[in-house]
Design a protein around this ligand. Sequence first.
Ligand code: GRF
Length: 223
Amino acid sequence: MSSSDVKNLRVVVLISGSGSNLQALIDGVTHGDLPIEIAAVISNRPDVFGLTRATEAGIPTLVLDHKGFASREAFDQELMRRIDAYNPGLVVLAGFMRILTPEFTQHYQGRMLNIHPSLLPKFQGLHTHQRAIDAGESTHGVTVHFVTAELDGGPAIVQAVVPVLANDDATVLAKRVQRQEHVIYPLAVKWFAQGKLRMVDNKTELNGELLPACGYQIEANEP
Ligand code: GRF
């Protein structure tokens, strides 16, 4: 069997906004660094820039507007049906701003990733950059983790740590963190696609070794 016979991992990416993390994945595929096929991009919001990015890359898109559903359960059930129609091996949440039902997270357990802009378990939820500044943190960062029923609580895979500088405001700090998002999300997806990454007993295993609770840590010393 030649390497061209090896099927790339099928990935469905869920977005709600600008899709810069989606773009990092698209770029990884384009440059031959990421052995995946992005089978579809699904957004719960119409008219977001991430959908344009997908279309420009020739990726099928779907809008499933949560506002058209009577309940969170009904939306998640339909979303699951739509995702599964693409038969993905991995679901990637890339700025998908929805709280997920336990049925949904259970269905994709061990094969769904999220990116959260903090050094989890610190600063779960929103406004993480301002909260890190207000708390006087000297470092901040971003975490890619497996998704479980606990919001922003699944086992960490990889974290990038950045410094918090004296004159930072939330916007400046967010930009520093986002540059690292675009490094570590493709990295985690690549590990998964290569079969190096597994969720075992609510922990992360990389290359057959259990990772510490913070995942694989990368220090990014750029200003
Ligand atoms: C990122 O900051 C990510 O950490 C958070 O939502 C944002 C999505 O940005 N979960 P984008 O849509 O990928 O540009």
